[in-house]
Design a protein around this ligand. Structure first.
Ligand SMILES: Nc1ncnc2c1ncn2[C@@H]1O[C@H](COP(=O)(O)OP(=O)(O)OP(=O)(O)O)[C@@H](O)[C@H]1O
Ligand SMILES: [Mg+2]
Length: 254
């Protein structure tokens, strides 16, 4: 059964069709989303995560139509993401950044915080425990640094914090936009290992990963979808996609 699917999903920016009638479906699996620069990969994730409203088409998540829902609602329903560029609040602590990922899950309102402080403290303690458990999973040394500002943390651990912020609410679908960008080969291997272990621990998390490194794609993705100029031009296993003539032409620029 599909976790999420899009039907003829489209967005126009003026005359540019950045995503053009894309049919996409993901089940319990990891899909690599690839394509040349400017082919619409990030825009596709922006549509699925509710940041952009589509000009046409449909997004269905766990059998419900979520087309047009905003990012908070989408996150609450179980779709989380990371961004192509760092979106951490550098002056906040590691833990504060992770807790921001739970913003849409927190149920207590400001007046409950005043009238029922014990309940709010319990909710907060549970969220902090969840955050610490995820940090421990990624890098046990980060637990001791949970209350340091992110500025003091090296790049690879910042990337882990971004992923931790996305998975802390236990999403059903995780969207990762170039999780290894800017990392060297050794660090890339570590992050990919971390991402693989998330799946081992929680098989219910499906993932879409945008990635330019084909070694990464072939190592963790069960299927690969290729975009070119906003259109889906291939949807197959890695081996078949590599042999696809249209895909080769797209990457070679004609
Ligand atoms: N908000 C926007 N307004 C206008 N054009 C946009 C907007 N967002 C994206 N585009 C355009 O849509 C196209 C697809 O961009 P997108 O960022 O999705 O590409 P991408 O496949 O993620 O590329 P890269 O590999 O470089 O990250 C590009 O031509 C881009 O300039
Ligand atoms: Mg992009």
């Amino acid at each position: 059964m599909n976790v999420m699917q899009t039907e003829a999903l489209t967005i126009n920016f003026g005359g540019l069709k950045a995503v053009d009638e894309v049919d996409f479906a993901i089940g319990d699996e990891v899909i690599g989303l690839i394509g040349p620069n400017g082919s619409g990969k990030t825009t596709f994730l922006n549509l699925v995560s509710g940041i952009y409203k589509p000009t046409g088409g449909k997004i269905v998540f766990e059998q419900r139509d979520i087309t047009g829902a905003g990012p908070d609602v989408v996150r609450q329903k179980g779709i989380a993401r990371t961004f192509q560029t760092n979106r951490l609040c550098l002056n906040l602590s590691v833990m504060d950044n992770i807790l921001l990922g739970l913003y849409s899950r927190q149920k207590a309102t400001w007046w409950q915080a005043i009238l029922q402080p014990a309940r709010c403290r319990r909710e907060m303690a549970r969220d902090i425990d969840d955050g610490l458990a995820i940090l421990h999973h990624f890098n046990p040394a980060l637990v001791a640094r949970a209350y340091e500002p992110v500025t003091a943390i090296p790049l690879i651990d910042r990337r882990r914090i971004e992923i931790a912020r996305a998975i802390v609410g236990r999403p059903r679908l995780l969207l990762l936009d170039e999780p290894t960008a800017g990392l060297n080969a050794e660090e890339t291997g570590q992050i990919i290992g971390d991402i693989g272990r998330i799946r081992q621990q929680d098989h219910r998390i499906s993932m879409i990963i945008i990635e330019h490194d084909m070694a990464v794609i072939s190592s963790i993705c069960q299927r690969v979808v290729v975009l070119n100029a906003g259109r889906k031009i291939a949807d197959d296993c890695f081996g078949e996609v590599c042999k696809n003539e249209q895909v080769r032409r797209a990457y070679l620029g004609g």
